[in-house]
Design a protein around this ligand. Structure first.
Ligand code: NAD
Ligand code: MG
Length: 398
């Protein structure tokens, strides 16, 4: 079920805003844009996981009403940091979910991983416009998430640069005229590295993305290309296309952010420099547009854009994600949960780089497809997949 609604002109100025995950990479870029256009936005709620100092600073800078730290042990620290500022402090997972219920117009969903699912769902359920960066919640709970979006008449505006690009050039009024969509991928830092040296990749090497500056988890996902696999599933849920209509193309310069090909062979694309403030600004201002300070595209300086098919041997994660989408049911939930566990273990130097895809595959094999009848089923499959992936990780070691 695709969940994009046609454009209408409903929006308030200033727009009241919640930023879930404000202390992360997407979150900080969102705050940066909001601070550059203070008349457009009134920030109500910010949240972070543990960086109390940054969270408190952001809350004071933008004049937020409440700041929530997900780690409940940090309540007193946040309260102290906000003392005398007039910003309310809250902590814990329940407080985070409650904060997402506060009646703002617009919510940035920028928590990383399935941890973002519960608060993002609350924002959806109250019919908010949601800037969706947190792709893992769509991968993990796609069908249910989309049902909630449709039921609450909430609106999702994709923040992921590829999906923002497609959103900007997709003809939602005539979806049957779309032949396919093409997700572009940079190919990450190891596109050309000798295959037999990939076992020794360090976390520092994996997070050093050639084009984009992002959080650690998505940077590792880009290096394995699981990120593009997750984006394949994300695109399937966001747009009215089948899995077979979604192609993946490696484009190392990250200038063309994705494309839509029509039945008459026209291909429409959105281009820009690789700066997340462009797709974030698109979502923040939608259906208007706002100024973003992203560097301007100078094609005369770039001169050459190149393209290649992804190498299936180098990037097994792409095959696993495609399989999960085809199998359906619980398979994407398992793929996502096992990947989160494996990436985390890799970042803690408990797993080698090549073992990430192996752990995901093993966990998928150990958990045959189940039908998911409810969100509780999603949570229980997620939990079981994490348990099995953690077990495999422990028995692999480094
Ligand atoms: P990040 O790691 O930099 O930030 C994640 C945010 O989530 C932080 O505010 C962190 O405090 C919070 N968080 C982490 N664990 C949490 C938990 N258990 N409970 C509550 N909050 C928690 O990540 P990021 O790079 O900003 O990515 C955020 C999301 O956006 C991811 O889903 C990612 O795939 C997606 N995304 C990011 C980019 C990018 O440029 N960084 C681009 C496209 C999509
Ligand atoms: Mg992306």
């Amino acid at each position: 079920m695709a969940v994009i609604k046609p454009v209408t002109d409903e929006h308030h100025v200033p727009r009241s805003v919640t930023v879930l995950g404000s202390t992360g990479s997407v979150g900080c870029n969102t705050i940066d844009l909001i601070r550059r256009s203070p008349d457009r936005f009134q920030v109500d709620t910010l949240s972070g996981n543990s960086n109390v100092e940054l969270l408190a600073k952001q809350a004071v800078d933008v004049g937020a009403a409440i700041a929530v730290v997900a780690d409940e042990n940090l309540y007193q620290d946040l309260k102290d940091a906000l003392s005398g500022t007039g910003v309310e402090a809250a902590a814990g997972r329940n407080a985070l979910v409650e904060a997402a219920m506060r009646p703002t117009d617009w919510v940035m969903a920028a928590i990383v991983g399935a941890a973002g699912l519960a608060p993002t769902l609350e924002a959806v359920r109250r019919g908010a416009t949601v800037g969706l960066a947190n792709k893992e919640c769509l991968v993990s709970a796609g069908e249910f998430f989309c049902r909630e979006v449709a039921g609450a008449e909430a609106r999702l505006i994709p923040v992921d640069s590829e999906h923002s690009a497609i959103y900007q050039v997709f003809d939602f009024e005539r979806p049957e005229r779309v032949e396919k969509i093409v997700l572009t991928a940079s190919g990450g830092p190891f596109r050309e590295r000798a295959l037999d040296t990939l076992t020794t990749v360090t976390p520092a090497e994996a997070v050093a993305h050639p084009n984009w500056s992002m959080g650690a988890k998505i940077s590792v996902d880009s290096a394995t290309m699981m990120n593009k696999g997750l984006e394949l599933i994300e695109a399937f849920h966001l747009f009215p296309v089948t899995g077979d209509q979604i192609d993946i193309l490696v484009h190392p310069q990250s200038v063309i952010h994705s494309m839509v090909e029509y039945v008459d062979a026209s291909v429409l694309a959105q281009l820009g420099t690789p700066d997340m403030r462009t797709p974030i600004a698109f979502a923040l201002a939608w259906p208007d547009r706002m100024e973003a300070p992203s560097p301007r595209l100078k094609l005369e300086d770039i001169r050459t854009l190149t393209f290649e098919a992804p190498d299936p041997q180098r990037f097994p994660a792409l095959r696993l994600a495609r399989e999960a989408l085809e199998i359906g049911g619980s398979a994407p939930t398992v793929l996502n949960a096992a990947n989160e566990v494996a990436v985390n273990a890799f970042l803690q130097e408990k797993l080698s780089f090549l073992d990430i895809a192996r752990i995901v595959e093993e966990t998928m094999d150990r958990m045959p497809r189940r039908n998911l009848a409810s969100l509780d089923d999603v949570f229980s499959v997620d939990e079981e997949a994490r348990r099995l992936a953690t077990e495999s990780t422990a028995s692999t070691g480094r």
